[in-house]
Design a protein around this ligand. Structure first.
Ligand code: PMP
Length: 282
């Protein structure tokens, strides 16, 4: 497998990473995951754009242009012969002896990337998954796609130990998002999801789904809803780059609607499939 680090493509075995990388010490960096369908990048511009935004919010100046990331990603896809999978890109503030404040003089950010084969989670997408409600104890800058994922990791683990696929995070009684996904409810034909604030990551898939709702004439309310309301939804689904649109059929063991993927969710899944040129549904 060929990896990209510090401006070079190298075999995994030859990879050298500094013990002083601030990614290790502080999770001081940002990342992105870009989906690959049929050997082609999907919504790559949007992801790379968000990488720059996340970096800028934590005052990291990425020493690359958008087009260079495109080239790196495409090179990783071709050398590693990836058909269906994803690209992981990470940028840390750089490598410097451990002090909390930024290194002075500034060091060059460490950019790394790799490609991995990863088939679509077809069973989950078709049959739906269960979620566990978990209190959101993360910090107040969830809009940044930061390497600091302890809150997300602990929430996912709690869900996993309960036999669930994802955690449904709630703060002050309101549904926020998943530990690695955005959350949507459907009630009386209307789609509800948390608005874009500092408390959630504005998912690229979330944005695709909202655009699809617009195209299909489905009304959307980007307004927080309560955990109590979540249990009353007719349908529920999550979105993410790798999970696409995954129906949620139970919350804390209680069925959502009929306990089957709902009709509006399925309609959105079909529309989602149609806008990926290389993609064959099911
Ligand atoms: N929220 C969080 C916390 C996430 O980690 C992710 C996955 N990146 C998402 C939402 C979904 O974002 P996207 O659709 O861009 O993958």
């Amino acid at each position: 497998t060929i990896y990209f680090i510090d401006g070079q493509f190298t075999e995994r075995d030859g990879l050298k990473i500094s013990i002083d990388d601030r990614g290790y010490y502080f999770g001081d960096g940002v990342y992105e995951v870009i989906k690959v369908y049929g050997g082609k990048l999907y919504t790559a511009k949007e992801h790379i754009n968000r990488l720059f935004q996340s970096a800028s919010k934590i005052k990291i100046a990425i020493p690359y242009e958008e087009t260079q990331f495109m080239e790196i990603a495409n090179e990783l896809i071709s050398t590693n012969k990836i058909l269906d999978g994803h690209i992981y890109i990470q940028v840390t503030r750089g490598s410097s002896p451990r002090t909390h404040h930024f290194p002075q003089p500034a060091v060059t950010p460490v950019v790394s990337a790799y490609a991995v084969s990863n088939p679509r989670p077809v069973a989950a997408i078709e049959n739906g998954v269960s979620v566990k409600t978990v209190e959101d104890v993360r910090w107040l800058r969830c809009d940044i796609k930061s390497l600091n994922l302890l809150g997300n990791v602990l929430a996912k683990q709690e869900a996993h130990e309960a036999g669930c696929t994802e955690a449904l995070l709630h703060r002050n009684g309101l549904v926020m998002e998943g530990s690695s996904s955005n959350m949507f409810g459907v009630k009386n034909g209307k789609v509800y999801t948390h608005p874009v604030t500092n408390l959630i990551l504005n998912g690229i898939t979330r944005q695709v789904v909202l655009a699809l709702c617009k195209d299909l004439g489905i009304s959307v309310d980007e307004k927080p809803f309560t955990l109590d309301e979540a249990f009353e939804m007719d349908e529920f689904f999550l979105t993410s780059t790798t999970s696409e649109i995954t129906p949620i059929t139970s919350i804390d063991g209680s069925k959502v609607g009929s306990g089957q993927p709902g009709p509006l969710t399925v309609k959105l899944q079909k529309a989602f499939a149609l806008q990926i040129p290389s993609f064959i549904m099911g």
